[in-house]
Design a protein around this ligand. Structure first.
Ligand SMILES: Nc1ncnc2c1ncn2[C@@H]1O[C@H](COP(=O)(O)OP(=O)(O)O)[C@@H](O)[C@H]1O
Ligand SMILES: [Mg+2]
Length: 256
């Protein structure tokens, strides 16, 4: 299933947040959305997921979602959003509760989701007993339980320390190699975008417009930091982001 956003414009009060943003997310790809804080990334993701209605433009899907999908567009949040008094297993089961299905299928979906993020042994554990990385893996399992067509991830690693981020990035890459999930991955971290994305959409500072879309045409296992292609991609992205930062700074100085 593809997800298509056409000419999305959005504002809060008089403040324009997104200006004419068009994007097609193709089935099986990870699109990273990179942009400075406050440029409208989360707003765009909410609009993609149908949580917010844009002032202008439209979002639609094309093609069929996977057969077992219960919820085609599913979120993974930065703060995990786990229910503290429920075990990992109960948390992962939560989005299945209002879907009619046999108990056996419910259990099979939960088991499969936990297995995909390597949390099978932690099914009975409560969130407070988990490390930050494991909490985020539990929340990814909860998203996977509905077999989404597209995962919408809003800075899912931001609340984690550098080492845990690194490990979770490896987990996401392994998961993608196993399941070829489709995702929109919002981040303000250039390195993450280059490591994970098949394409990186660079948004300008507010109002968010697409500055450029950079294709990272390299298998994940060939993205060592020392690889010339990776270095080139980082340089291109850095120059795009740098220009945005400099322009913003100039405007601030001019105003002063
Ligand atoms: N519900 C809202 N009401 C009013 N302003 C909002 C709302 N959500 C976001 N904003 C504002 O819109 C801008 C873009 O926000 P956001 O999409 O969260 O940016 P990002 O995720 O890129 O940091 C920010 O200036 C933010 O303060
Ligand atoms: Mg945000």
């Amino acid at each position: 299933m593809d997800l298509i956003a056409r000419s999305i414009t959005h504002s809060y009060g008089g403040m324009v947040v997104l200006d004419d943003v068009s994007l097609t997310v193709r089935s099986g790809e990870i699109v990273a959305i990179l942009g400075p804080s406050g440029c409208g990334k989360s707003t765009f993701l909410r609009i993609l997921g149908g949580l917010e209605k844009p002032r202008g433009g439209r979002v639609f899907t094309q093609g069929e979602p996977p057969a077992k999908t219960l919820n085609p567009l599913t979120y993974v949040f930065q703060d995990f959003a786990l229910i503290p008094w429920m075990s990992v297993e109960q948390n992962v089961m939560l989005p299945l509760e209002h879907h009619p299905m046999a108990d056996a299928e419910r259990r099979a979906r939960v088991a499969s989701a936990l297995q995909r993020v390597n949390l099978t042994e932690f099914a009975a554990v409560y969130p407070r007993q988990l490390s930050g990385g494991m909490k985020q893996r539990a929340s990814i399992a909860r998203a996977l339980a509905v077999e989404p067509a597209i995962l919408l991830m809003d800075e899912p690693l931001s609340a984690l320390d550098a080492q845990t981020r690194d490990l979770l990035m490896d987990d996401l890459i392994r998961l993608w190699n196993e399941t070829r999930f489709t995702a929109v991955y919002v981040t303000h971290n250039l390195a993450e975008a280059v490591r994970l994305g098949h394409r990186v959409v660079v948004l300008s500072r507010r109002p968010g417009r697409i500055r450029d879309i950079v294709e990272i045409d390299l298998p994940h296992d060939q993205r060592a930091e020392s690889s010339p292609d990776v270095i080139r991609a980082r340089e291109i992205l850095w120059s795009l982001i740098r220009e945005e930062a400099i322009t913003a700074d100039r405007e601030i100085s001019d105003a002063g």
